[in-house]
Design a binder for this molecule. Structure first.
Ligand code: ADP
Length: 423
């Protein structure tokens, strides 16, 4: 017999005698009220018993309870048992996660919506100086590096930042933040000291070698100039002298570009409010003087916006683009130089109607020493470093380079400066 049937049987077993008795002696409603009250009190006592059992933690299997209550106890006990098993599994998983993140060499901090510490791993103590007791404290109150605080506030975590460790200035950290869940953020700090040291060694090496090559090259250039001057053009060496002079000039340009790149990589940023329209007038004027046809350059100044930046760096980036446009387009085609303001910033644009760049080459031309292979009637000299310099300068100014080009039709190089750079 099912347990619920037992409950019905009890009810029938009480109601039937009450009906029979009332048939003989009357008082049906009184008898039914008595039976109902009895059943109600019985269930109330059972509910009370259940409440006590739950209150004490629902320990023990009470399946042996009579009637429907046996089933209820059994189901509750089963739910509790499954819950307990799940909890055990979950805490084991959490424990495993904790020990694996503690073993990580990178520092990891889970931050709440107010940037308060919710959880941090062991590496945080060594590289960020955060203690276990700092839980609940706001991260910007503990890591006060201004660049870090600004990064945290910005809510734009696409880029990573590099800062010295708050514990040891000699440790260099790469910080990244990953937002997830409901307002939570995961802060990761990776020790990149070794990587940065190797990078610095490379930059220093290139800068030192370039610098050391300068003196012998100047001596060579001097002698060659004298030889070229003395040469009457009839000697069998005339062509060799000319070639040697061209190559030493190329080496000179290479050294200049390499030194400039090294400076861009190692120098800390310094900026002032640069009068960009005035700078462009000067660049175009200088280029006109150098170009065979002075009328080729058309300067279109559609904005008077000045930008925050380093004038020397901007001069070299802009003039590299103008020089390229002149170099890689025929002498009878114009080169348009534009300075224009848009909703989200201001841009510098150089447009030429020359040989153009293939789609395959566009992503590569900003790499160092990359020169697109183009069949031309005449050789165009270059170092392959001009656009690498442009890219570096723009990164240092939070600007972006956009290249649009079509083979045989021409190219357009656009440098986008965000609105925050306008001064
Ligand atoms: P360089 O001009 O000294 O070779 P750059 O880094 O300035 O070095 O340019 C890299 C390459 O990109 C060039 O060799 C050339 O093939 C291509 N390039 C740059 N600017 C233009 C342009 N305006 N039109 C066509 N090709 C260009």
């Amino acid at each position: 017999m099912q347990r619920w049937q037992r409950e019905i049987n009890i009810t029938i077993g009480l109601v039937t005698p009450a009906l029979v008795v009332s048939f003989f002696v009357g008082h049906l409603s009184t008898l039914l009220l008595a039976v109902t009250s009895f059943l109600l009190i019985r269930q109330t006592l059972a509910v009370n018993e259940l409440e006590k059992w739950l209150n004490k933690g629902a320990f023990g299997d009470r399946r042996d309870q009579k009637g429907i209550w046996g089933d209820i106890y059994y189901h509750l006990w089963k739910i509790k048992k499954t819950e307990k098993k799940r909890k055990k599994k979950l805490s084991k998983m959490v424990e495993q996660f904790r020990s694996s993140t503690d073993a990580l060499p990178d520092a990891a901090v889970v931050m709440g919506s107010y940037a308060e510490i919710e959880w941090s791993n062991r590496a945080c103590r060594d590289v960020l100086g955060l203690k276990k007791s700092d839980k609940g404290q706001r991260v910007p109150n503990l890591i006060r590096n201004p660049q870090f605080v600004q990064y945290l506030k910005s809510n734009d975590y696409q880029q990573k930042i590099i800062i010295p460790s708050p514990v040891n200035e000699n440790i260099i950290l790469q910080i990244s933040i990953v937002p997830y869940g409901d307002g939570l953020r995961l802060l990761l700090a990776q020790d990149v000291t070794q990587l940065k040291n190797i990078e610095r060694m490379r930059t220093d090496f290139v800068a030192n070698v370039s610098h050391e090559l300068r003196t012998p090259l100047t001596v060579l250039k001097g002698y060659l100039e004298t030889l070229v001057e003395m040469d009457d053009g009839q000697s069998i060496y005339s062509r060799s002298f000319q070639n040697m002079a061209t190559q030493t000039e190329r080496m000179n340009l290479l050294i200049d570009d390499l030194l400039l790149l090294a400076r861009l990589e190692s120098k800390t940023k310094s900026s002032q409010c640069v009068n960009a329209p005035e700078l462009l007038k000067q660049i175009c004027q200088e280029s006109r003087l150098q170009a065979k046809d002075a009328c080729r350059i058309e300067l279109i100044l559609e904005s008077e916006a000045k930008i925050q930046g380093n004038e020397e760096e901007l001069r070299s980036a802009f003039s590299n683009l103008v020089t390229n446009a002149l170099k890689y387009s025929p002498a009878d085609k114009p080169v348009k130089v534009r300075w224009q303001q848009a909703d989200d910033g201001v841009f510098f644009e150089v447009e030429d109607f020359g040989e153009g760049i293939s789609n395959a080459d566009i992503p590569k031309i900003t790499e160092r020493f990359y020169r697109a292979e183009v069949k031309r009637n005449h050789k165009i000299n270059g170092t392959g470093l001009g656009l690498a310099i442009v890219k570096h300068v723009l990164v240092r100014h939070d600007a972006k380079l956009e290249i649009n080009s079509q083979i045989g039709k021409g190219s357009r190089f656009k440098c986008w400066f965000p609105a925050k750079k306008i001064c």
